[in-house]
Design a protein around this ligand. Structure first.
Ligand code: HEM
Length: 515
C-alpha cells in the first residue's frame, strides 16, 4: 500500500513538473541532440575529473553524428538528466545571442561565483548590471590606464630578478611567477594595495587562490550544487573563511581610502572635485569612490563586489594568456625573434610607456593569435530568459543553458585556414578585413564583453616584452589544456631560460636600477 502511494506521489510530482515545463520540453526535444543513455543523457560522461572536462566536451562534439549535426544545424543539445544544455557553434547564432537584449543573463553555474563577487559586473544581470556597467566603464579609459604603467614596470622588475635565478638551471614551471606578478599588479591597480605576492607568502593572495579553487571544486561536484549541502561541507566552510578574510581586507582598504580622500579634499580648494587630478595616483577603487560621490545608489557593498570582480577578472585570465603565449613563443623561435626585433626597434632598453606599448603591433598580433588557439574563456554561457528563434529555425526554450563554443569557433577553417597552426599574420589588418566580426571572440562581444580588455592587452604586452627582451625561451614540455574555470595548463608551463647577450645586466638596466 505504502509503495503504491509512493509510486503515485512520484508520478504526480513528475506530471506536475512536466506540465509546468511543457514549453521547455516541447521546444528542447525538437533540437538536434547528442544521443546517449535514455533519461540520464550525458550525466555520467560529464561526471569526470576537472582535468578531463575539456577533453570530454570535445569528444562529444567530435563524434561523427554530433559533428555532422553541429555543422548542419549550428546547435546541439546535450541532455544532463532533465536539463538541456545547448551548444551553439554557428557564428551568426553566436552573434544573435551576444547582441540580444533578452540574453544578458549568465547561466546557473555563475551563481557559484556569487559568494565572492556578489552582484559585481561579472555575475549581475538586469537593471543592476546595466547601470553599473555604465558607471564603471570610464574606469578603463586610457587616461586612467596610463597611470598604471609605472606599476607594471616596478612589479616586472621584481619578477625579472626572480626569473634571473632560473637561468641556466634547466626546465622550470613559470606559471606561478606570472600568477604572483599579475596578482601584485591587479592588487595595486585595483585597490592601491601592495600585497607583495611575489616577495613573500601573502595571506590575501592565498585566500584569493583559495576562493577560485573552492568555486572550481564546487562546480565539479553535483551534490554541492545545493546551497545547503555546500554551506555545511568542509569545502563550503573553507570558502566562507576565505571570503570573510577577503571582505575584511577590502573593507579596511576602502575605509582608509575614504579617510585619505577626505584629507586630500580638505587641502585642495580650487580644483574641480569631480575630476581626477592628472598627476594624482589613482586605482580603480578611486574611480568607484568617485562614482559613489556622484551616485547615491552606489553603496559600499557595490564597491566591495566590484573590487572583488576586478581581482577575479583581472588576474587568472591575464596569467593564463601570458603563460600560453610564452609557451607558444618557446615553440616558435622565428616568431620569438621577430617579437624581440620589434621590441629592440620600438623600445630598446627603455621603460615601458603607454605610447611604446601601443606601438608593439607584432606582439599584439602574437597575443591575439595565442588567444585564438588557446582562448582563456573557451566556452561562454548564458541562460535563455525568453524563447529564442535561431537563424536555422530552431528555438532555444526559455530556461535552457546556452554554451557558445568559442574554442571551436576559433578553429573554423573557413575563417582560420589550417587552424592548429600558430600564425600571428592572421591578424594583419589586410587579413582581418573580410573576416566576420564574430569569428574571433576572446573577450566576448556585445553589451557584456570584457570591460578590462584594453587594460589586459597593455599588461600582457609589458610582461611578455620584458620577458622576451631579457631571455631566450626554449621549449621543455608540451602543455595539457584543461578548463579550471578558465583555460589553463594542467601540467604547468615548463620552459628553459637563456639570458640574452644583447640585454644589459641588472646593474645597468634602467628599470632595475630603481628597485
Ligand atoms: C586576457 C585577459 C582577459 C580575457 C581573455 C577576458 C575575457 C573575458 C570574457 C570572455 C568575458 C565575458 C564573459 C562572459 O560573458 O561570460 C569577460 C568579462 C569581464 N571581464 Fe574580462 N578578460 C580578461 C581580462 C580582464 C581584466 C584585466 C579585467 C579587469 C581588470 C576584466 C574584467 C571583466 C569583467 C568585469 C567582465 C564582466 C563584464 C560584464 O559582464 O559587463 N577582464 N572577460
Amino acid at each position: 500500500m505504502l509503495i503504491l502511494f509512493g509510486i503515485l506521489l512520484t508520478a504526480l510530482f513528475l506530471l506536475r513538473f512536466f506540465c509546468r515545463h511543457f514549453n521547455y520540453y516541447k521546444l528542447a526535444l525538437r533540437l538536434p541532440y547528442a544521443k546517449k543513455a535514455p533519461l540520464i543523457g550525458h550525466a555520467l560522461n560529464l561526471w569526470v575529473d576537472k582535468d578531463e572536462l575539456l577533453d570530454k566536451i570535445l569528444e562529444i562534439i567530435g563524434e561523427p553524428d554530433n559533428k555532422r549535426s553541429i555543422q548542419e544545424h549550428g546547435v546541439l543539445a546535450v541532455w544532463i538528466g532533465p536539463m538541456a544544455i545547448v551548444l551553439v557553434h554557428d557564428l551568426q547564432d553566436i552573434e544573435q545571442i551576444l547582441t540580444s537584449r533578452d540574453l544578458t543573463r549568465k547561466s546557473y553555474q555563475y551563481k557559484f561565483f556569487e559568494p565572492w563577487l556578489g552582484q559585481g559586473l561579472f555575475t549581475a544581470s538586469g537593471p543592476h548590471w546595466y547601470s553599473h556597467r555604465k558607471l564603471i566603464t570610464p574606469a578603463f579609459h586610457f587616461k586612467i590606464l596610463e597611470k598604471f604603467i609605472p606599476i607594471f614596470n616596478a612589479n616586472i622588475d621584481i619578477y625579472l630578478r626572480k626569473l634571473d635565478e632560473k637561468v641556466g638551471k634547466g626546465s622550470f614551471n613559470i606559471e606561478n611567477y606570472i600568477a604572483y606578478l599579475s596578482l601584485d599588479i591587479i592588487a595595486e591597480t585595483a585597490m592601491d594595495a601592495k600585497i607583495n605576492a611575489q616577495k613573500e607568502e601573502s595571506p590575501y593572495a592565498q585566500k584569493v587562490k583559495d576562493m577560485t579553487e573552492t568555486i572550481l571544486l564546487r562546480g565539479c561536484r553535483l551534490l554541492y550544487y545545493s546551497d545547503v549541502i555546500f554551506s555545511l561541507s568542509s569545502l563550503g566552510r573553507r570558502q566562507k573563511r576565505s571570503k570573510r578574510f577577503i571582505d575584511n581586507f577590502i573593507n579596511d582598504l576602502v575605509k582608509r581610502k575614504k579617510e585619505e580622500r577626505n584629507r586630500i579634499q580638505l587641502t585642495k580648494n580650487n580644483k574641480n572635485n569631480s575630476e581626477i587630478d592628472e598627476k594624482e595616483r589613482v586605482a580603480l577603487m578611486d574611480v568607484l569612490l568617485e562614482t559613489q560621490n556622484r551616485s547615491s545608489h552606489f553603496t559600499d557593498k557595490d564597491i566591495l563586489d566590484e573590487v572583488n570582480t576586478f581581482m577575479f577578472g583581472g588576474h587568472d585570465t591575464i596569467t593564463s594568456c601570458i603563460n600560453f603565449t610564452l609557451y607558444l613563443l618557446s615553440k616558435h623561435p622565428t616568431i620569438q625573434e621577430e617579437v624581440l626585433r620589434e621590441i629592440e626597434s620600438v623600445i630598446g632598453e627603455e621603460k615601458f610607456t603607454l605610447s611604446n606599448l601601443q606601438q608593439l603591433k607584432y606582439l599584439e598580433r602574437v597575443i591575439k593569435e595565442s588567444l585564438r588557439i588557446l582562448p582563456v574563456g573557451p566556452f561562454m554561457q548564458r541562460a535563455a530568459e525568453k524563447d529564442i528563434k535561431l537563424r536555422s529555425g530552431y528555438v532555444l526554450p526559455a530556461g535552457c543553458t546556452i554554451i557558445m563554443m568559442i574554442y571551436a569557433l576559433h578553429r573554423n577553417p573557413e575563417y582560420f585556414p589550417n587552424p592548429e597552426q600558430f600564425d600571428p599574420d592572421r591578424f594583419l589588418p589586410e587579413n582581418c578585413l573580410n573576416r566576420h566580426p564574430y569569428a574571433y571572440l576572446p573577450f566576448s562581444a556585445g553589451p557584456r564583453n570584457c570591460i578590462g580588455q584594453k587594460f589586459a592587452l597593455l599588461e600582457m604586452k609589458a610582461i611578455i616584452a620584458a620577458t622576451i627582451r631579457r631571455y631566450k625561451l626554449l621549449p621543455s614540455e608540451d602543455i595539457k589544456p584543461v578548463i579550471h574555470i578558465i583555460l589553463r595548463s594542467a601540467n604547468g608551463i615548463n620552459l628553459i631560460l637563456e639570458r640574452r647577450k644583447s640585454s644589459s645586466n641588472a646593474s645597468n638596466h634602467p628599470q632595475l636600477q630603481r628597485t
